[in-house]
Design a protein around this ligand. Structure first.
Ligand SMILES: *Cc1c(COP(=O)(O)O)cnc(C)c1O
Length: 482
């Protein structure tokens, strides 16, 4: 436990030592063995550069670009860079593109949905997304009170064009697809979906939060991927996270619209109070310039040639990991490794959640994905350039982990927990029940360590119960450190 407000101030060096101490409990953000949450290009000196850039602008406030033109210049540069990468700019099909810098992919999607909602005349707006679309669309629909029409993806894990056509109705304000989907790393048929939306006069958003900064380079390297940028007719907006494959520190994404009139309903302006007249392009009002300056420094230092080289390294690492999966009995590729994700499923005698723990015990941190509809549980690996340095060691690690998983068998859920997962309703999930479950699963104060029991319990529960259980667990973790 660390005290937030000590009675007497603590010397700077000690404060930093304390922070470093806390960080030791975290997963390793560098080293090419963590396949989620972090994006590592493995470039010497890049962290130091981003830190220094962050420090220069940390106290600059994005609230008012006339007071801080430095931030306006940096944001305009980031938006232009993203636009150029995604088919906009002078001499392209989208010469009048306009965009905003947001704090992350979720905010970019939230604002894409808001812009579509507020531009529409219906008073019961709805959006249509494939079942593989990121959960942030559901969050946007929930926050903005917009209806969510989820279209089951096809057996190839891609958005189903014909089924999408049937779901677009008079109240549909936005249709979306992913380039690629986070869970499986496959690219939706963006040209077909966008044409469909255009035919019906509906906006179409490309969620390229994950892949927007790497797919253009993979295509330049010859990858057979469909177009997904503004060169595709009907695409009205695109989101791309700079804190993913642009390798910027956390807190920066970009939302681009084909033109400024499409962007305008994204803004919020308010003059009806006695304080300053407020105009916010994004959700936050006061915003730090730190992440924006760090992102710009990262882009300028790596450069177009650097990103091309990083994409080649990433592509090669994906190939090595995918080959390891294919060569290992007991696991198989669940999705084609066509972008930067390796998604694997297991044979019946290999419990996927135990496998995740066994891999973690060997230093490989994958992300379990629970069963959903017809889809079995899988392990997700986000591959970044740093993995090119470790990929060759993955095959032996995987083989060992699979053998250990087979030897252990599935995690035995205490029968009362298994029953609970089958019979509980979300309304029955009280703080007391959660505390009992946490004790039954042997969870201490942290959420680190073997997670197979937790994942098995969640996997046995339907989605609404999963949500209630996870909210309960999080609430248990997030308590004041008195
Ligand atoms: C990561 C991601 C998001 C959400 O982005 P955050 O930065 O985590 O808010 C949305 N869509 C896709 C496809 C993503 O990969």
């Amino acid at each position: 436990m660390i005290e937030g407000l000590p009675a007497e101030g603590v010397p700077a060096e000690r404060v930093l030592a304390e922070l470093r101490g806390l960080r030791e409990a975290d997963l390793p953000t560098h080293g090419g063995r963590l396949f989620a949450y972090v994006y590592d290009p493995d470039i010497a000196g890049l962290d130091e550069l981003a830190r220094a850039a962050y420090a220069i602008s940390a106290h600059v406030n994005g609230l008012d670009p006339t007071a801080f033109p430095s931030l306006l210049a940096m944001e305009n540069a980031l938006v232009a860079a993203a636009g150029r990468l995604l088919g906009a700019g002078p001499g392209t099909a989208a010469p009048a593109m306009a965009g905003s810098v947001t704090s992350g992919g979720t905010e970019s999607l939230l604002l894409a949905v808001k812009a579509a909602r507020d531009a529409a005349t219906t008073d019961a707006p709805r959006i249509v997304v494939p079942s593989t679309a990121h959960a942030a669309f559901a969050k946007a629909a929930h926050y903005l009170r917009v209806g969510l029409d989820v279209v089951p993806a096809g057996d190839d894990l891609r958005a189903d064009v014909a089924a999408t056509a049937e779901r677009i109705g008079p109240d549909t304000v936005l249709v979306a697809g992913s380039a690629p989907s986070y869970a499986h790393g496959v690219v939706d048929p963006i040209p077909e979906l966008a044409a469909l939306a255009a035919e019906r006069g509906v906006r179409f958003h490309v969620d390229a939060c994950f892949g927007g900064w790497v797919l253009p380079y993979l295509r330049r390297l010859g990858a057979d991927l469909p177009p997904f940028g503004f060169d595709v007719p009907g695409v009205t907006s695109i989101s791309v996270d700079l804190h993913k494959y642009a390798y910027a520190p956390k807190g920066v994404s970009v939302l681009l619209h084909r033109d400024a009139s499409l962007r305008l309903p994204q803004f919020f302006a308010y003059a009806d109070w006695p304080g300053y007249t407020m105009v916010n392009p994004v959700v936050s009002s006061t915003r730090s310039g730190g992440p924006i300056a760090a992102a710009l420094a990262t882009l300028r230092h790596i450069g177009d040639d650097g990103y091309l080289a990083l994409a080649a390294k990433t592509r090669d690492a994906v190939g090595v990991l995918a080959a390891a999966v294919q060569a290992t009995a007991g696991v198989r590729l669940f999705a084609p490794p066509e972008t930067t994700v390796v998604c694997l499923a297991t044979e019946p005698d290999v419990d996927p959640f135990v496998l995740a723990d066994e891999l973690a015990a060997r230093g490989w941190h994958t992300q379990p994905q629970l069963a959903y509809g017809k889809l079995p549980p899988t392990l997700h690996l986000t591959v970044t350039a740093a993995v090119s340095g470790t990929a060759a060691e993955f095959a032996p690690g995987l083989a060992e982990a699979v053998a250990a998983t087979r030897a252990r068998g599935p995690v035995p859920l205490p029968p009362e927990l298994a029953r609970a997962a089958g019979a509980l309703t979300p309304e029955q999930v009280t703080p007391e029940l959660i505390e009992g479950l946490a004790a039954g699963l042997g969870l201490g104060d942290g959420a680190t360590g073997p997670m197979a029991a937790v994942n098995s319990l969640l996997d046995a529960a339907p989605p609404a119960l999963r949500e209630a259980l996870l909210a309960g667990f999080l609430s248990l973790l997030q308590r004041p450190a008195w």
